[in-house]
Design a protein around this ligand. Structure first.
Ligand SMILES: Cc1cc2nc3c(=O)[nH]c(=O)nc-3n(C[C@H](O)[C@H](O)[C@H](O)COP(=O)(O)O)c2cc1C
Length: 563
């Protein structure tokens, strides 16, 4: 007997509790629960079907913060496209559930077998108080997945995996920040299938069972998978029945075979047969090309496939307002909204540009398309769309928030603990574009140290948790130098510290068009030991920069001069 009772959970009027006997929770019960959700005629898209704990009476409490996949409009997983700004925009326009992108490969640098689960496992979970997001950050400081409270109970985390235990480890990392977990079993790309992931899994049902079963047992979040159809209907139906038995909450079916491309017709009849066979919700996918041009078409596609829900990829990538009941919004307006989210959430400009190019499509040759094509920063993208002032104001607000947070909690943000009174500080930043290729401030500083027979610069870098920015302190002859501005990576922070040192000494920094340094102050070294490289001798902090000019020992021009 399944008992459904509505309960209000803070800010989530459609969440409800369900109590069922512990032993009775299986696919059929999941379906019943989903029906229960529908019976409740819950107005908003998120409903409950999550097993959270075993009660003392041996029952299970199925509660909130989970998803029901019945009768939903879903933004499909799309690598590079499904980042936070697109997901938020899709939600604004009426999508009920949004899947994150599944980024498995870092194209050039890493081996083709690098998997999203491996990548995710290297990530740290960082609360970004400046942007009010939760970030999963790779060791190279790249944000692999960024999410925020606004989507927390509607975002599904999709991953590529070929290993149950690794997949579970990833789920443990993200489960508190997402509403559902999905395993990608449809990606036909070689980089995915070579690693046994994506569509390769479809020919290994035992592995599918192991992965899905492990995840279903191991997480409190609903688990789903997204498949393609197999060459024969019989095999497809037998596979989806096995999948259903693992206890997944729903199954998304891209109605194409492994070798079929997006322009091939989608097999609605196969999705329909699957929907007619399974008890769990079936999510129809693959309709963008032939079926879905406007909002009404989504429901038509749902009916044609007999599915519970529809998942839209390309039609939403081209114009995410496809989810809006009232009809498509003009692209200009949609792109502006997208850009605003991109700036607010500090989306990398290359990703923003990529998504806007997908929206512009055949208008890429228009004046605006050309401006977009030429843009090399978020600021330039904003200017191309008449959002220059918005960019300025928003980034100022973000900077102000950062400063405010730092002022409030100095010890929490990881400022260097040592007494910094003797540190020479300046508000400088390193801008790579201001330097010729191959030349950096660090190189300039190192060269000066060699010339001056000083020990090599020593860089110490800290990262503060509040915004994950870095600050480096460089020590030369016992004097420390540091910028008051924090950088996005350790490498940048070191360059910035080197600039502070060079600039405070009036030394050439290697910048393009830098004035001839002949008039500049030269390096102030402590008393020299003419015999060979020296160890750093203690000098009072700040002493170095107070000393008068000195020339190089051998009177030679430094190779850095004139840069
Ligand atoms: C740019 C792009 C990226 C995609 N990335 C993924 C992905 O990461 N995971 C996945 O399961 N499917 C991915 N897909 C496939 C879509 O989710 C979807 O299955 C396919 O486009 C068919 O749906 P549609 O007709 O609505 O476009 C991607 C599709 C596109 C266009």
């Amino acid at each position: 007997m399944v008992q459904v009772s509505q309960a209000l959970v803070a800010g989530d009027s459609d969440a409800f509790f369900v109590t069922v006997p512990a032993a009775a929770v299986g696919p059929a019960e999941c379906a019943l629960l989903a029906e229960g959700a529908q019976a409740c005629r819950l107005p908003a898209p998120v409903c409950a079907s999550e097993v959270t704990e075993r009660s003392s009476r041996g029952g299970m409490i199925l509660n909130n913060l989970s998803l029901c996949y019945q009768n939903k409009l879903i933004l499909a997983p799309m690598v590079r496209v499904g980042t936070l700004p697109m997901r938020l925009l899709a939600l604004d326009y009426g999508a009920d559930i949004v899947y994150c992108e599944c980024r498995g490969i870092k194209p050039r640098a890493l081996s083709m077998l690098e998997l999203i689960d491996l990548k995710m496992l290297q990530c740290k979970r960082v609360v970004n108080e400046v942007l009010s997001t939760v970030d999963f950050v790779a060791p190279d400081d790249r944000v692999v997945f960024r999410t925020c409270a606004k989507e927390q109970n509607r975002v599904v985390f999709q991953m590529g995996t070929s290993d149950a235990e690794r997949a579970l480890a990833v789920v443990r990392l993200v489960e508190n920040d997402v509403a559902g977990i999905d395993v990608n079993m449809g990606c036909p790309k070689e980089y995915s299938t070579k690693g046994g992931m994506g569509a390769a899994l479809l020919s290994d049902p035992d592995k599918i069972e192991k992965i899905l079963g492990t995840l279903v047992r191991g997480t409190r979040r609903p688990v789903t998978c997204k498949i393609r159809i197999l060459p024969s209907l019989e095999d497809t139906l037998s596979l989806v029945k096995r999948i259903e038995r693992t206890g997944v909450a729903a199954i998304a079916v891209h109605g194409r075979k492994h070798e079929e491309r997006p322009q091939h017709p989608v097999h609605c009849e196969v999705i329909k047969a699957i929907a007619g066979t399974l008890s769990i919700p079936v999510i129809a996918n693959g309709g963008s090309h032939d079926h879905i041009q406007q909002h009404l078409d989504i429901e038509n596609f749902r009916q044609a496939t007999g599915a519970s829900s529809v998942m839209v990829a390309r039609a939403a990538m081209w114009n995410p307002s496809i989810f809006l009941k009232d009809g498509l919004r003009p692209l200009e307006e949609v792109m502006q909204k997208y850009i605003r989210y991109a700036v607010q959430y500090d989306n990398h400009y290359t990703n923003t540009k990529y998504c806007l190019c997908q929206m512009l499509r055949e208008q890429l040759e228009s004046p605006q398309g050309r401006l977009l094509h030429a843009a090399q920063s978020s600021q330039e993208i904003c200017e191309a769309f008449g959002l220059g002032t918005f960019y300025k104001e928003t980034t100022q607000e973000i900077d102000a928030r950062r400063v405010e947070l730092l002022a409030k909690t100095p010890e929490e943000v990881g400022e260097p603990a040592e007494d910094t009174s003797g540190v020479i500080k300046m508000a400088v930043k390193f801008d790579r574009r201001a330097y010729p290729p191959q030349i950096t401030p660090k190189m300039c500083l190192l060269e000066w140290c060699r010339r001056e027979k000083l020990a090599q610069p020593v860089y110490e870098t800290v990262q503060r948790p509040v915004d994950r920015l870095f600050c480096s302190v460089v020590t030369i002859a016992e004097q420390k130098y540091q910028s008051t501005l924090w950088d996005k990576s350790k490498k940048l922070a070191e360059q910035t510290a080197a600039i502070v040192c060079l600039r405070s000494q009036g030394l050439p920094e290697g910048q393009l068009g830098e004035e001839s340094p002949s008039h500049k102050r030269k390096w102030e070294a402590p008393a020299q030991d003419p015999g060979g490289p020296r160890t750093q001798k203690p000098v009072p902090p700040g002493e170095l920069c107070k000393k008068p000019f000195s020339t190089l020992d051998n009177g030679e021009e430094s190779p850095l001069e004139g840069w």
